[in-house]
Design a protein around this ligand. Structure first.
Ligand code: ZN
Length: 200
């Protein structure tokens, strides 16, 4: 490894960057050297931001999205329709729908999808919390998990769980490219998928 040629502090820095998703050895080196050339105040502010975010961000006690409050701003908004719950895989998917400003319901964030291949089962995502919410007054659950194999598996599993409750359960239309992650999809496609949802 190239980092073998550097002194210990530099190698450690490169190693930390390499542990991040999507960062290869070359990019890690570039980032490490960038940091080493930054003014010390900027580096301190950056590390402080990382620490604070990690310490203060937690799960919303209602929808499980990541937030720095007990209840996130969406769940706290009384103007929204709290009887319509859209189930998404992560907070980024929620942000994608929020960006459209066209959805007036609330969300439930699973933080993952069921994947037998990766050993992720129903107990590893925030499904229990969803089922607890459904004991309240709910008109519709919109399942907006990704159209990947894992997303579809999760959608089917949730639909089966909800069935006995009699709550209307819909699935967003698959105008969304297979395997495409929701956060990368444009607003028009998102809205078309939402409008074209079908009952399960
Ligand atoms: Zn919330």
């Amino acid at each position: 490894m190239a980092s073998d040629y550097y002194s210990k502090q530099i190698s450690n820095l490169i190693a930390e960057f390499s542990r991040l998703p999507g960062i290869g050895e070359k990019t890690a080196q570039r980032l490490a050297f960038h940091v080493l050339h930054m003014p010390i105040e900027d580096v301190k502010r950056f590390s402080d931001t990382l620490t604070k975010a990690r310490e203060q961000v937690r799960y919303c006690s209602v929808c499980c999205t990541l937030t720095d409050r007990e209840v996130c701003p969406v769940c706290d908004d009384q103007k929204r329709d709290h009887k319509q719950i859209m189930v998404v895989e992560d907070s980024r998917d929620m942000a994608a729908y929020e960006k459209t400003h066209k959805y007036g319901g609330v969300y439930h964030v699973l933080h993952g999808a069921i994947s037998p291949m990766q050993g992720i089962g129903p107990a590893d995502i925030r499904l229990k919390e969803l089922m607890v919410r459904l004991q309240g007054d709910v008109d519709e659950v919109i399942i907006a998990t990704n159209s990947s194999l894992e997303g579809e598996t999760t959608a089917m599993y949730i639909a089966k769980l909800i069935k006995p409750t009699g709550i209307k359960t819909t699935r967003i239309a698959s105008g969304v490219p297979v395997g495409g992650e929701l956060e990368y999809i444009d607003e028009v496609t998102l809205l078309r998928a939402l409008d074209g949802r079908t009952e399960l």
